[in-house]
Design a protein around this ligand. Structure first.
Ligand SMILES: Nc1ncnc2c1ncn2[C@@H]1O[C@H](COP(=O)(O)OP(=O)(O)OP(=O)(O)O)[C@@H](O)[C@H]1O
Length: 379
């Protein structure tokens, strides 16, 4: 079964507005692939193009190598799970799961056998006769998955299906979704603005902003080696320090950090940085650690936030006045707690291997609180 999905120079315009810039992408058969990006970046639009709800303004979608132009929604080998699940509330679980099969004229006995098998797959054996209204949020979620799988799609499209669940259940359902995907071998295309979800479940993630794919990579690569400022800021948390390139030798970039002195990190973009170019160094809060005075970056501690498993320090660099967030694990925070109080000065260092250097034209800025793109602002 070839369940690959290809987007070949796909463009989507709504009047004068280009919601999806020209995009080409190949999703492998059986891959768990996510589109991750802030609200309004075009995730749902792309999903609707794959499902057939929208016809692209240009370009082509192929599923299993077959062009989908002119193939209607219900003739495509896809099924969709919506954010609100769209279950029929007055029907039983059996009736919900079997609905699509009944429409296709499948006989009652086969329908029931299929729904029993799928209920076992989503760990809801015995719940078939229940009304949907009698189920918990997580159980409804599983019925929606079973219903989508009943029509034997080659590709399952999931539009933020966990967003209505509380945190614990969401984390649990991530594991279940991943397990179901492995068991069925179906291609999953998942859209979310929740990076934890995307990193946790996906084989690969496409990070999108404003109708444009910023980077497509496996979760570890996205986290370790973002190739644009947008990805560095959107995936995980990052401190950003402005600097000028002194030189680049292989991946290692030496920077003139102005008042901060010389800094160094890894250049992760495909093209090396020019000497003298404006650059930004990204270092994650969890990659900073206290070092002896005279080393690293000197900062004043402004606030401490105890988060249980770690301690988050909000600091301000003495030399430049820039903010620096530092996350210390349990051991380090216990060792240094006395020295790390608001108002005190401390020094923080990092391994250059853990810092990423990118050209200073990283894309739109993100609102710290909401993670949403700030219109017109650039980092
Ligand atoms: N039918 C339409 N007509 C005009 N503009 C549209 C239409 N559908 C989407 N858009 C615009 O295209 C852009 C992308 O929308 P889309 O719904 O794909 O974003 P999204 O990333 O899924 O956002 P969210 O996470 O908020 O659902 C938005 O600016 C939206 O306003």
């Amino acid at each position: 079964m070839d369940a690959s999905v290809e987007l070949d120079r796909v463009v989507m315009r709504f009047g004068d507005f280009t919601a999806i810039e020209e995009t080409s992408l190949a999703i492998a058969s059986g891959e768990f692939f996510s589109f991750l990006g802030p609200s309004g970046c075009g995730k749902t639009t792309l999903l609707n193009i794959v499902s057939g709800f929208l016809t692209p303004s240009a370009g082509e979608v192929r599923i299993g190598g077959e062009a989908m132009a002119g193939v209607s929604v219900n003739r495509r080998p896809t099924a969709m799970i919506f954010q609100n699940l769209a279950l029929f509330p007055l029907m039983t679980v059996f009736e919900n799961i079997e609905f699509g099969l009944e429409v296709r004229g499948i006989d009652r006995k086969t329908r029931r056998a299929t729904s029993e098998r799928l209920l076992a797959l989503v760990a809801l054996e015995g719940s078939g006769p229940k009304k949907v209204t009698e189920l918990s949020g997580g159980q409804k979620q599983r019925v929606a998955i079973a219903r989508a799988l009943a029509v034997e799609p080659r590709v399952l499209l999931l539009d933020e299906p966990l967003s209505a669940l509380d945190l614990k259940l969401r984390q649990h359902m991530r594991v279940e979704l991943k397990a179901i995907q492995r068991k069925t071998g179906i291609t999953f295309i998942y859209i979310t603005h929740d990076q934890g979800e995307a990193l946790n479940m996906s084989d690969r993630v496409a990070v999108m902003s404003a109708g444009h794919l910023q980077q497509v990579a496996d979760p570890m690569t996205l986290y370790r080696s973002p190739q644009t400022g947008f990805v560095a800021a959107f995936v995980g948390e990052n401190n950003r320090l402005e600097a000028k390139v002194i030189d680049q030798d292989g991946e290692r970039v030496r920077l003139d950090g102005g008042a901060l002195g010389e800094l160094s990190g890894r250049g992760t973009a495909p093209t090396p940085l020019a000497n003298g170019a404006a650059a930004a160094l990204y270092v994650r809060p969890e990659h900073l650690r206290p070092v002896a005075p005279g080393q690293g970056l000197e900062a004043t501690i402004e606030a401490l936030h105890f988060e249980g498993a770690w301690l988050m320090l909000e600091t301000r660099l003495a030399a430049s006045g820039e903010k620096l967030r530092v996350q210390l694990g349990h051991e380090l925070s216990r060792q240094h707690l006395e020295a790390l109080q608001p108002g005190r000065r401390a020094h923080f260092g990092f391994d250059p291997e853990d810092a990423v250097v990118l050209a200073d034209a990283g894309g739109p800025a993100l609102d710290e609180a909401t993670g949403e793109v700030v219109e017109g602002a650039h980092v």
